[in-house]
Design a protein around this ligand. Structure first.
Ligand code: SAH
Ligand code: SF4
Ligand code: F3S
Length: 481
């Protein structure tokens, strides 16, 4: 009987990709993936440390798993950023954990599972801490985990994440990522090209290139110099590939070459996720972001001048150490001026081990953080709604991802491919579109006329009525997106 594995993932796209790779490797090793922890012999939690809340969720899951383990012998493993940051604390607080494997050691997971099965647990496999050696030594201890990609373990088969960088060297004062993901390292371009070609051969039509500061990509491995713009040119002609995205950008690396590549390459989506974090110069300086609000706005203007149809999105942290009402109002002002497509807004969460946690008090009360979060979100949502409403009546090009959440809930086992269900997809500018159609359309790029708009979702209908109810022909064919 093959062993069954349940894999629970929190955190960013780095973790989503790591979980996909872990699932692929364990499938190849004869394990079977299951949808509930109850049915699993092996339960793996792929964790995130970016905010306290993400860690609390994992500790409460581990609490519940203690009882699950008492009922039946199982292996419980903690993977990812918490494993790297807190391996001792995890084993102390949850002694029923059998293995702790950091994100730079996932290649050892399979072996660790065997060791535990043979009674040799608990196993701890983590990379060097940043202060433990030279940058090159620490970088080497974050070992790339490259396994053949398998479409069946991806949430949407036609879309794939592709890592182009590891780690981060920015050390924003609030952020734990440089400690848990190690030094910034760009992956050799030849490896990326080969991976993208293989994914396209498997039927992937959209790749998202990922890195913590993706636009600082710089591969010098083969003696040359390949930047993100060059990489986009090199991936562009991959046959079968229809769309290329890249996240997350740092404002200081938004070079004109990159903007020109996005403007000139039709497969590259006109979409930039480029977090500002705050609209106050004083706070940006405390955060050590390396730019002023003026410089950020100048960068936005360069994007809009080069790629006028681009959608730009941002992240903000509210309630950072010492943030006054005036600092916050400057953030509101930036959101009003910038007209982001959407913003991800987070309440500051002090991370032990970061400069901000060591130097400054977390002095903005939780209630004030919550109020600022809601206020900023309301300003952003009003802008998103206004911009989305301008798309009503227009036709957008949508990559069909599959059934929407609503459709999945009403028929969790999946429908017949030709039955009409509610589908979800994205425009080239990453706008979410919901419309009716058959499941067999997944992976296709189709024109959809927008009929109604909310702040984060567009609702529409396929203009081609072969698979859905007929709609009036649309007048403009553009991807405002
Ligand atoms: N590398 C990306 C994102 C990293 S983490 C970047 O540089 O933009 C994703 C987001 O989490 C960040 O953009 C930031 O807004 C938020 N974040 C990071 N650390 C945080 C903390 N300590 N408290 C609250 N939000 C945080
Ligand atoms: Fe964290 Fe800053 Fe690096 Fe982004 S750029 S991962 S926010 S340290
Ligand atoms: Fe979280 Fe690690 Fe990503 S801390 S945000 S999962 S890099």
């Amino acid at each position: 009987m093959p062993k069954t594995v349940y894999l629970y993932t929190v955190g960013c796209q780095m973790n989503v990709l790591d979980s996909e790779l872990v699932a692929s490797e364990l499938l190849a090793a004869g394990y079977r993936l299951v949808d509930t922890p109850r049915a699993a012999d092996v339960i793996l939690l792929n964790t995130c440390s970016v905010r306290q809340h993400a860690e609390d969720k994992v500790y409460s899951a581990l609490g519940r798993l203690k009882h699950a383990k008492q009922r039946r012998r199982r292996i419980i493993g903690v993977l990812g950023c918490m494993a790297q940051k807190d391996h001792q604390q995890i084993l102390r607080r949850a002694p029923h954990v059998d293995l702790v494997v950091g994100p730079g050691q996932l290649g050892k997971l399979h072996e660790a599972l065997e060791t535990v099965q043979n009674g040799g647990g608990p196993v701890v496999a983590i990379s060097a801490q940043r202060a433990a050696g030279s940058k090159a030594e620490v970088a080497r201890s974050f070992v790339p985990f490259d396994v053949p990609r398998r479409g069946e373990v991806r949430p949407v088969r036609c879309q794939a994440l592709v890592r182009i960088m590891f780690g981060c060297d920015k050390f924003c004062t609030y952020c734990i990522v440089p400690s848990v993901r190690g030094p910034e390292q760009s992956r050799p371009v030849a490896q990326i090209e080969q991976e993208v070609r293989r994914l396209a051969d498997q039927g992937v039509v959209e790749v998202t290139l990922i890195g913590q500061t993706v636009n600082s990509y710089h591969d010098r491995s083969s003696g040359g110099s390949v930047r993100l713009a060059d990489l986009l040119y090199r991936l562009h002609d991959t046959s079968g590939l229809r769309r290329i995205k890249f996240v997350t950008n740092h404002p200081n690396h938004m070079d004109d070459d990159l903007l020109a590549a996005v403007r000139d390459l039709p497969k590259v989506n006109p979409y930039f996720h480029v977090p500002a974090q705050s609209g106050s110069d004083r706070i940006l300086k405390l955060m050590k972001r390396g730019y002023s609000v003026g410089q950020y706005c100048e960068m936005l203007q360069r994007i809009r001048a080069a790629v006028p149809q681009a959608a730009i999105t941002s992240d903000f942290i509210v309630g950072f150490c010492g943030e006054t009402e005036e600092d916050f109002q400057q953030t509101v002002e930036l959101v009003r001026r910038a007209r982001f497509k959407n913003s991800f807004i987070f309440k500051y969460s002090p991370r032990p081990g970061t400069k901000a946690a060591a130097l400054w008090a977390d002095d903005v009360p939780q209630s004030v953080k919550l109020r600022r979060n809601n206020q900023l979100l309301a300003v952003q949502n009003a802008i998103s709604l206004e911009d989305n409403q301008r798309l009503v009546g227009q036709v957008v090009e949508v990559l069909v991802e599959g059934p929407s959440k609503v459709a999945r809930k009403s028929s969790p086992a999946g429908d017949a491919p030709t039955e009409i269900v509610q589908l979800v997809g994205r425009t080239r500018c990453d706008r979410i579109v919901v419309f009716d159609g058959s499941l067999e359309l997944a992976g296709q790029i189709l024109p959809v006329v927008v009929q109604r708009a909310e702040a984060v979702t567009l609702f529409g209908a396929l203009t081609d009525n072969r698979y859905s109810a007929p709609v009036a022909a649309a007048h403009s064919l553009c991807d405002p997106s």
